[in-house]
Design a protein around this ligand. Structure first.
Ligand code: GTP
Ligand code: MG
Length: 223
């Protein structure tokens, strides 16, 4: 199939009058017709201070300079980013606050996304039983849903860098042990279904780049 640029050049070649002006005015519509712009909805839910806002900024290539906690859930507009020369349109979503008010948006976010990232802080997860229980409880409604439209759900542990002198495999093993042994049904189901458990340091740009490529945009880039 012809690519966008080839089709545009053919139109120019045949002297379509004022083609560039026409294209400029109808860019979005033409690109929809040619299906050159790829769309994806990515939403993030998870525990307080687990990196939701930080990760949204990294994915959307923004710097909203947010220091500290997200006090009010903030609507994020659609945004076009470029990955490996391909334009990807990120659908609107909401950067939720970490409190119970933010949890009210779980359902809406879930309904309107293709990929849902569920974040938790590895250090807190491993060191605090209340945190584990709270986490499992919060995400239960999302992880145990059975519905027609399949969404990709990615469980993402942040702050891997804060676990001193430990290798990622050991940390992963420990998390799985807790998830499986402490009878957190939602987590158990998730892990038993072979869904990805991704661990990382969100402040490491190389790690973020690889995460985006491998877990978020690989399918789109292949199309
Ligand atoms: N060292 C380290 N810091 C991280 C990591 N991920 C996020 N942070 C930092 O953790 C802090 C909290 O991140 P946020 O993105 O504000 O967390 P949040 O989930 O949006 O928090 P709420 O809005 O309060 O729910 C920020 O200072 C981030 O820079 C990580 O993997 N490692
Ligand atoms: Mg936040």
């Amino acid at each position: 199939m012809l690519g966008k640029d080839e089709i545009i050049n053919i139109a120019r070649f045949f002297g379509f009058p004022y083609f560039d002006l026409f294209y400029f005015l109808w860019k979005k519509y033409i690109e929809n017709l040619l299906n050159t712009q790829k769309r994806i909805g990515i939403s993030i839910i998870g525990m307080s201070e687990s990196g939701k806002t930080y990760l949204y900024d990294k994915i959307r290539e923004e710097d909203r300079c947010k220091e500290g906690t997200t006090a009010f859930s903030e609507k994020l507009k659609a945004k076009i980013i470029k990955i490996e020369d391909k334009e990807i349109e990120l659908q609107p979503t909401i950067d939720i606050s970490g409190d119970s008010k933010g949890m009210e948006y779980f359902e809406e976010l879930y309904e309107n996304c293709d990929i849902m990232i569920v974040t938790f802080d590895i250090y807190k997860f491993l060191s605090n039983e209340d945190y584990r229980r709270d986490f499992a409880q919060r995400i239960k409604a999302v992880l145990t849903r059975k519905e027609k439209k399949k969404r990709k759900i990615i469980l993402l542990g942040s702050h891997l860098d804060q676990i001193e002198k430990t290798k990622e495999n050991q940390v992963r093993k420990k998390i799985l042990e807790y998830a499986l042994n402490e009878k957190y049904i939602a987590l158990q189901e998730y892990i038993k279904s072979m869904n990805p458990l991704v661990l990382g340091n969100l402040t490491n740009d190389d790690w973020i780049k690889e995460f985006k490529r491998k877990y978020l945009f690989l399918d789109l880039l292949k199309q």
